[in-house]
Design a protein around this ligand. Structure first.
Ligand SMILES: C[S@@+](CC[C@H](N)C(=O)[O-])C[C@H]1O[C@@H](n2cnc3c(N)ncnc32)[C@H](O)[C@@H]1O
Length: 264
């Protein structure tokens, strides 16, 4: 039986803006993904699993024409409602699954998928589809949470140590290194590379943010003066950029490879 996600909302997603390091991670992930997709007048861009549509709207504001493709009726309705309150051009909203994108081959200059591929039940077909609908010299951009990040490893090790101490209380609830219930795949750098490079000639493999969710770091950076905190977050971010296997999020971008399917 195919299990799908038509009624989802954002309850299982990391809450944005609750801590400084969360906000930084989300802002950087968005900025990097959109920059690699490349907005601008005349560009045709597809946002796959567009969710609430905030990225599609940001790209439309650059002058690009954008299709926001999303299967959830609830999220699409919300995205349309919010976008209807603003002036100017809007994305084209379309309900559709990532593994059967309703577009001709080569229709877009770029296709992006941010923070969503781990929700897909057929992620490899989704990447193949993104490659198919992107023109040969265009770009596919994927940004994905890394569940083998340095932060996940440290937090896991810290919890195991704590659980080994006689009398210490066990941690309760989902930890940030636990894969949420609505994810189908637990990604790390190796798996991302392996799946993406089947369908893309990878040009960019980049890490974003380091240390997100490690309790002592999250609390500490929240208490620092603003400029110092920003400097510290940026310093770790530039380390992550060069060491994506440690990063909290990984962004991959590449040109479509021609395969029997993508050439259709
Ligand atoms: C965490 S949200 C990310 C939304 C958006 N890209 C963002 O960055 O805010 C994951 C999205 O994937 C969508 N989704 C889940 N399974 C899907 C599938 N098989 N094909 C396309 N979208 C899917 C969900 O409906 C949801 O909108």
């Amino acid at each position: 039986m195919r299990v799908v996600d038509l009624d989802r909302d954002m309850n299982d997603v990391i809450p944005t803006g609750t801590t400084r390091d969360s906000q930084y991670l989300f802002d950087r992930m968005t900025a990097e993904t959109l920059a690699l997709a490349g907005g601008g007048p005349g560009r045709r861009i597809l946002d796959v699993a567009a969710g609430f549509g905030q990225d599609a709207v940001a790209l439309v504001e650059t002058g690009a024409s954008v299709v926001a493709c999303e299967p959830s009726a609830r999220m699409t309705a919300w995205a349309q409602l919010v976008a209807s309150k603003r002036e100017g051009p809007r994305p084209l909203w379309l309900r559709g699954w990532s593994d059967a994108l309703p577009f001709r081959s080569g229709s877009f200059d770029a296709a992006l998928c941010k923070g969503a591929i781990d929700h897909f039940d057929r992620p490899e077909i989704a990447i193949e589809e993104m490659a198919r609908v992107t023109r040969p010299e265009g770009r596919v951009v994927l940004s994905i949470a890394n569940f083998e990040s340095l932060a996940c490893r440290l937090a896991r090790a810290q919890d195991s140590l704590r659980e080994g101490i006689p009398g210490a209380s066990a941690r309760r609830g989902r930890r940030h290194y636990d894969v949420p219930a609505d994810h189908f795949t637990r990604y790390d750098l190796g798996l991302m590379r392996a799946q993406a490079s089947r369908f893309l000639d990878l040009e960019v493999v980049r890490g974003i943010s380091l240390g997100w969710g490690v309790p002592v770091w999250s609390r500490g950076v929240g208490k620092l003066p603003g400029a110092v905190a920003r400097g510290a977050l940026q310093a770790l971010d530039s380390l992550a950029r060069r060491a994506p296997e440690w990063a909290d999020v990984i962004v991959l971008a590449g040109r479509p490879r021609r395969s029997a399917r993508t050439a259709r």
